[in-house]
Design a binder for this molecule. Sequence first.
Ligand code: ATP
Length: 193
Amino acid sequence: MKRIGLTGGIGSGKTTVAQIFKTLSIPVFEADNVSRELLQSNQLVVSEVKLLLGDDVYVNEQADRSAIAQIVFNDSSKLKALNGILHPAVFSSFQKWSDDFNDRVPYCIKEAAILFESGGSEQCDEVISVTAPIDLRIKRVMNRDEVSKEEVEARMANQLSEQEITTKSDHIIVNDGVEALIPQVLRIHSLFS
Ligand code: ATP
């Protein structure tokens, strides 16, 4: 069984593409969601995060994600340390999750916004990236999250550029609203099935 990474910049359409793979019965590990769950309920992660950022970042045992973001996006050493807690936890969670398929599927997918930045691509045999023109990505996220252009651009500034992502990828899916997604997904699916 192959482990395939799926990544792309914010608003490129990773989640949309992942949904199409799911309809083909391909299991998808959503790394960003898993990371949120671990921050909330993995006891080791919770205690390490409290040690790093203080007990106050949990209120009634709920992770206060905006308080955490406020601290780490103003202190790069704390951001690095938080990633040092979360990334290995996501890494081992994906390892266990994918091992459980035990070759019952031809391949599974790890979807992650920061697949390369987190080192998560090292667990993947091949990587697919989703691309779209930057103006379209900004518009999509503004509509989806009801945020300003500046907020989207600030989030983009924390990610690799689309060019850096595609250079490191083995397969590219163009999601520019012109090229149809399904035939592109089916072509890649046939390579791994
Ligand atoms: P993020 O990194 O923020 O999680 P993402 O790469 O997962 O983003 P999606 O959530 O899949 O991106 O897409 C962003 C928004 O654009 C969503 O609201 C989605 O429905 C919409 N979208 C994506 N692709 C298309 C498309 N081809 N046509 C129309 N809308 C699209």
